[in-house]
Ligand binder design. Structure first.
Ligand code: G3P
Ligand code: MG
Length: 260
């Protein structure tokens, strides 16, 4: 059974706040969400920060790339103006800041490892190490229970489109559960999950069929979808047996959304 929250705020606060910032996490909280998804990338000096795009131009204005700047430089950048003047000056935040914020407020995390090209292994390793340090007590308590990794809502869930990043996370922090992200479910999905000792498949709901849901559930895996933005579609995929999903429309789909 899926041990994590069912409805998760995508990139912190969905479309209501600048993605992957503390303002987004606060917005999610205001809407009653105690579960977030966000994207983590490495700065040039290896410090993990929250960011979706490797290249500037969409959320961060100007010309540049995340792997070309150190964290101290990135954390000064304005990550809020692009959405609305209301958020002008909202800074890029570090992964450690978000870990602290989420722990302080009891927010469960789906940590998407989002490596810049060529930094897959390093990003998976560093994100796993930082998370492991932060959750050392919870991991020790969980391991002592003897239960498998797919059982403990006290632990975050890693996910990534990068197999190599997840493999590196598995090596660095084997007791933190992993979900393999894929836009379209390929024929080798079960093998990929086995190789990563993953607990779940994360996929785009647009390409999902009820038969695929059945096969994944029968194999004993969790199934998490992105990014579901209407209550009708949310109810439909939940009725198929999907375990959870993230949404940009935290104003339309509440944290307690149950479907029909
Ligand atoms: O983790 C689910 C979803 O966030 C994956 O796609 O591009 O929004 O990070 P993206
Ligand atoms: Mg993401």
């Amino acid at each position: 059974m899926w041990p994590y929250p069912k409805i998760v705020a995508h990139r912190g606060g969905g479309t209501l706040a600048p993605e992957n910032t503390i303002a987004a996490m606060r917005c999610g909280l205001q809407y009653g969400f105690r579960a977030v998804e966000f994207d983590v990338m490495l700065a040039r000096d290896g410090v993990p920060i929250l960011m979706h795009d490797t290249v500037f131009g969409r959320t961060i204005q100007g010309i540049g790339k995340v792997p070309d700047l150190n964290a101290a430089e990135l954390l000064k950048l304005d990550a809020g103006s692009w959405l609305s003047p209301e958020f002008a000056g909202e800074p890029v935040c570090s992964y450690r800041q978000v870990l602290d914020f989420c722990r302080q407020h009891g927010i469960w995390m789906n940590v998407e490892i989002k490596p810049a090209e060529g930094f897959e292994v390093e990003t998976g390793r560093v994100v796993a190490q930082v998370t492991q340090e932060c959750f050392a007590a919870e991991i020790a308590a969980h391991v002592a229970t003897g239960a498998g990794t797919f059982a403990d809502p006290a632990l975050p869930l890693f996910s990534s489109f990068s197999f190599d990043a997840l493999r590196a996370a598995q090596v660095a922090a084997p007791d933190i559960p992993r979900g393999f992200l894929t836009d379209v479910i390929e024929d080798d999905w079960a093998q990929r999950l086995q190789e990563l000792d993953a607990v779940a498949l994360h996929t785009n709901h647009k390409y999902l069929s009820p038969m695929q849901v059945q096969a994944i559930k029968q194999a004993g895996y969790g199934l998490f979808c992105y990014t579901v933005n209407t209550p009708e579609r949310a109810a439909e995929i939940l009725s198929w047996g999907v375990d959870g999903f993230c949404t940009d429309r935290i104003d339309l789909i509440g944290a307690d959304f149950a479907g029909s």
